[in-house]
Design a protein around this ligand. Structure first.
Ligand SMILES: NC(=O)c1ccc[n+]([C@@H]2O[C@H](COP(=O)([O-])OP(=O)(O)OC[C@H]3O[C@@H](n4cnc5c(N)ncnc54)[C@H](OP(=O)(O)O)[C@@H]3O)[C@@H](O)[C@H]2O)c1
Length: 288
């Protein structure tokens, strides 16, 4: 079994990022918006803050009360964008249920929508014309690139259909591109006989948030397993795969922690730097 460590992938992307940063005159600016105090949202923002300082990017959090109305949240977001002029913006999920997420993200300028949260940007992704690939989907692809795992003509089963992970990843893997051209099956909570869909897959990606969901009797020997799941329990981080037993059987697997997670954060910064370079280009055109 080959262990697909995400740390190696993240380090390699990180050194490319440092080189690319030299092409941007000013430190790129990332704005993270947190509404309420959901621990997952707060942790995602903190991880970005740590990576931003390691890279020399500027990072700012707009922290809004969990009881704020949708309209006021939109007003605060617009105000912050005007004041701080970020290159990239991300609304940390989950947001409180009463917040109209699609309305809120529509206030992010398209060029700064580095995780494809706006519906129109997401639509571009579905049409294979996206400027950015959302960070988690990109992380899965970067891991495959790094370890030379081909997707063309392969059967890929994704477990989880969320708009943040499973759905965008399915679009990328289906697209006509080097790390696409796969035959994709997307499973979810209403899928019957999940094992039937995972057993025949060449590659399984699990993004559910239920530790131990993928068990050894659900996988075949030549399979590559990518575990996106992250669940904190008693201060420990768990993926969605029963790692010890599945790892003994499959040909390659990502660990948790140290798998997809560290790659996701650097992929977001790849998108941020692309956004900053794009804005620089637009400013130069305007100045002519
Ligand atoms: N490593 C990273 O960088 C990273 C980044 C983002 C998220 N994550 C982690 O990835 C996991 C998924 O995140 P998310 O935002 O996609 O979560 P989510 O929005 O809660 O979606 C979970 C998905 O899993 C499906 N599901 C639930 N129970 C299932 C079951 N028993 N069998 C098959 N499918 C089932 C759900 O189906 P329905 O659609 O039918 O409800 C849904 O599509 C979480 O642990 C999250 O923390 C990790």
């Amino acid at each position: 079994m080959k262990l697909l460590s995400g740390k190696n992938v993240a380090e390699s992307i990180f050194s490319d990022l440092l080189a690319k940063l030299k092409q941007v005159d000013e430190a790129p600016r990332l704005l993270s918006v947190i509404i309420g105090d959901n621990p997952a949202a707060v942790n995602y923002a903190r991880a970005k803050g740590r990576k931003a300082s390691a890279l020399g990017a500027e990072f700012n959090i707009l922290s809004l009360s969990g009881t704020i109305s949708s309209r006021d949240a939109e007003k605060e977001l617009r105000k912050k964008i005007k004041q701080w002029d970020p290159d990239g913006i991300i609304i940390e999920r989950p947001v409180p249920e009463h917040i109209e997420f699609n309305e809120l993200v529509s206030h992010i300028p398209p060029v700064a929508d580095i995780d494809c949260q706006r519906m129109d940007t997401f639509g571009m992704l579905c049409a294979g014309r996206a400027k950015y690939i959302p960070a988690t989907a990109k992380a899965v692809i970067e891991i495959m690139k790094f370890y030379n795992i081909q997707t063309e003509g392969k059967n890929v089963t994704i477990v989880g259909r969320s708009i943040t992970v499973g759905l965008p990843l399915s679009m990328v893997l289906m697209s006509k591109s080097k790390y696409g051209n796969a035959t994709v099956c997307v499973c979810h909570s209403r899928t019957k006989k999940l094992a039937e869909h995972t057993k025949y897959a060449d590659i399984i990606v699990v993004a559910v948030g239920k530790p131990g969901l993928l068990k050894e009797n659900m996988v075949s020997e030549d399979t590559t397993v990518i575990d996106v799941g992250t669940t904190y329990k008693d201060g420990k981080l768990y993926g969605d795969v029963d790692f010890e037993n599945v790892a003994e059987k499959v040909s390659a697997i990502t660990p948790v922690p140290g798998g997809v997670g560290p790659v996701t954060t650097v992929c977001l910064f790849q998108n941020l730097i692309t956004a900053a370079l794009e804005r620089k280009k637009q400013k130069n055109i305007k100045a002519r």
